[in-house]
Design a binder for this molecule. Structure first.
Ligand code: CA
Ligand code: CA
Ligand code: CA
Length: 421
């Protein structure tokens, strides 16, 4: 009986695989030589130019595409699968009405706002926000691209800190008024739906945006930066997944509109040369690329986690700390490859529809670092990404609990700005 079931199981599985590969459409990202184009082939249903600035990329769609044949084409530099990326907050609380600064333990940990009866928080395990705000509050010139599920740019706690493309705001609907190649990109762009409105149908991207730059008024919460211009770059759908194609288009867009920092609370898939090329292009443009270390409790020194693990000097991989100053149980870690930790458990921030919510994940730790880097660059706009990362790591606090999980410690925004080592 056991044998029979085993055999049936196996053949059923094979059958499923067969069906999938025969009918499913495949998508590949292909980098071609400059000026080259791809000749039509019967297995292609479409060849689409991606139009990014760092190479001649096309997306090839079709059934039974012969990857070997494509690779052998002398015009092809490389070919890879159009992969899928996701974000993964490990925990999402209820949407709150009574959001307040006193609950933001990541900014000011009182020891009473950061834990539970069973797992108490620890006073001072935060990013030292109140001290840094005496020195820097950010700048209206500093642009942070939140590459995510979009941003609710109408949120009352975000609106004043959204980037505004004036030519589009005062221009005509349906027209690319500033001629940057994107129609109606007033506050950013939506690559998931190919339109100029990166509104957030999920909440995750808005949460990240609030951690970076919620307005310092008397209502709701405060961001790490009180002055910043947030660019909403949406490539994750409202269900939270996106492709290599739209990830590299997003990075390209953020470069084109002059972002200083890219905040990336997403990951997945395997190695992608195309994504790596886009990150290198961002590095050459002097843009810091902050990335979530991941939420699968893994050691990133021995397991590949992308984009956090790409070895480009502008990449800062961020792990999540809990309210006691310890590694959050879900957080990935890495003595070599995770550069820094930041608050990432029970983080209160903005969500869509003018709401507030607590979420947990390295997704939430990442924008704390994007904001900290934003504060630094507001004061020192000429620092290179390599210098930023070096200073971030050298000024991080080694609190004992995190020592074996990261190359440095917990980000201290005040020490970072003052370069106190
Ligand atoms: Ca435009
Ligand atoms: Ca327009
Ligand atoms: Ca506020």
């Amino acid at each position: 009986m056991k044998n029979l079931l085993g055999t049936l199981g196996k053949s059923a599985c094979l059958l499923t695989l067969g069906v999938t590969s025969a009918f499913a459409s495949q998508e590949y990202i292909v980098k071609l030589k400059e000026g080259a184009s791809l000749a039509q082939h019967k297995s292609f249903s479409s060849v689409e130019t991606l139009g990014v600035s760092f190479g001649n990329f096309v997306k090839v769609t079709g059934e039974n595409i012969d990857k070997e044949m494509l690779s052998a084409n002398p015009e092809v530099l490389y070919i890879e699968k159009n992969q899928e990326y996701t974000f993964s907050p490990v925990d999402m609380g209820e949407v709150l009405q009574d959001a307040s600064y006193t609950k933001q333990w990541g900014l000011k940990n009182t020891g009473r706002n950061s834990g539970t009866f069973w797992a108490p928080g620890k006073k001072g395990e935060d990013i030292n926000a109140e001290n840094v705000w005496k020195v820097s509050r950010g700048s209206n010139e500093l642009r942070v691209a939140v590459i995510d599920t979009g941003v609710d740019h109408t949120h009352s706690d975000l609106k004043a800190n959204m980037w505004v493309n004036e030519a589009e705001k005062n221009g005509e609907p349906g027209v690319d008024d500033d001629g940057n190649g994107y129609v109606d990109d007033v506050h950013g762009y939506d690559f998931a739906n190919n339109d100029g409105d990166p509104k957030d149908g999920h909440g995750h991207g808005t949460h990240c945006a609030g951690v970076i730059g919620a307005v310092h008024n008397r209502a709701g919460i405060r961001g790490v930066m009180s002055k910043v211009k947030i660019i909403g770059v949406k490539f994750l759908t409202d269900r939270g997944s996106g492709t290599t194609e739209n990830a590299i288009k997003s990075v390209d867009y953020a470069i084109k509109v002059g972002a200083h920092v890219m905040s990336n609370s997403w990951g997945g898939g395997g190695f992608s040369q195309a994504l790596l090329d886009s990150i290198k292009a961002a590095n050459e443009a002097g843009i810091v690329f902050v990335a979530a270390a991941g939420n699968s409790r893994r050691n990133n020194d021995t397991s590949d986690t992308y984009p956090a693990n790409y070895e480009v000097e502008n990449v800062i991989s961020v792990g999540a700390m809990d309210g006691a100053g310890k590694k959050a149980s879900f957080s990935n870690y890495g003595k070599k490859k995770v550069h820094v930790f930041a608050p990432g458990k029970d983080i209160l921030s903005t969500v869509k529809s003018n709401g507030y919510q607590k979420m947990s994940g390295t997704s939430m730790a990442t924008p704390f670092v994007s904001g900290g880097v934003g504060l630094l660059l507001s004061r020192n706009p000429n620092m290179t990404p390599a210098e930023v990362r070096e200073q971030l790591m050298a000024t991080s606090v080694r609190n004992g609990s995190l020592d074996s999980y990261t190359a440095s410690g917990r980000m201290d925004a005040y020490k970072l700005i003052r370069n106190k080592r």
